[in-house]
Design a binder for this molecule. Structure first.
Ligand code: FE2
Ligand code: FE2
Length: 206
């Protein structure tokens, strides 16, 4: 099974066609790229937050350090693309997605760590799935960029998942299934805002 198929099976649903139609519109491109840049920046920052909180976990420190560096390179690639296309980097509020996923995170350890790692796996997996779903609708340069990201984000998904399994000390399949449901709901329900990880555009869902 190739990495993308595995990721599609890990996720509870495919990206709805309503989101793809909206993302493929040319006037969606600035928001898409700015939010994508923000997501890369946020991914690096999330990884570094884990490094500050869990200093005694060597495997986590190594994997998250490498991941943070890769995300920052992706961020720079987004910036370069925006600059080349004269897209101004304006302030854009975050999607409901990451906050919605984090809402049910447990407060006790290691539950908190395991939940954050499972959520990290879902965010990476969804990013991968969306890059692949979007690529056919983008111009050559962007499609090539998004396809190039598939590989590293696919590895990030696996890193998060294996860390979650290693640190849980118990089977986590039920917890993964729980977050799969939360993630699916965020992706499939109507969403007033269009972002890289938003749900079905509300104007189409209505
Ligand atoms: Fe990335
Ligand atoms: Fe990533």
């Amino acid at each position: 099974m190739d990495a993308l198929t595995e990721i599609q099976q890990f996720l509870g649903c495919a990206t709805p066609s309503g989101w793809i139609e909206r993302a493929a519109k040319s006037d969606s491109l600035p928001v898409l790229l700015i939010d994508h840049a923000n997501c890369e920046k946020k991914a690096a920052s999330t990884a570094m937050n884990l490094m500050f909180r869990y200093v005694d976990r060597t495997d986590l420190l190594n994997k998250m350090s490498r991941l943070a560096r890769e995300e920052l390179i992706h961020f720079e690639q987004c910036l370069a693309l925006m600059e080349a296309r004269d897209i101004e980097y304006t302030h854009l509020g975050a999607a409901r997605y990451a906050a919605g996923l984090r809402e049910p995170v447990r407060t006790s350890e290691p539950g908190r760590l395991v939940d954050l790692l499972i959520i990290g796996a879902f965010i990476e997996a969804r990013s991968c799935e969306r890059f692949a779903a979007l690529a056919p609708y983008l111009d050559d340069e962007l499609a090539k960029f998004y396809r190039s990201l598939l590989k590293s984000e696919g590895r990030h998904y696996q890193d998060y998942l294996s860390l979650a399994r290693d640190y849980a000390g118990e089977p986590i399949d039920e917890r993964i299934a729980f977050f799969r449901g939360v993630e699916k709901e965020l992706i499939e329900s109507p969403d007033a805002e269009f972002r890289f990880h938003s749900g079905v555009p509300a104007e189409q869902a209505a």
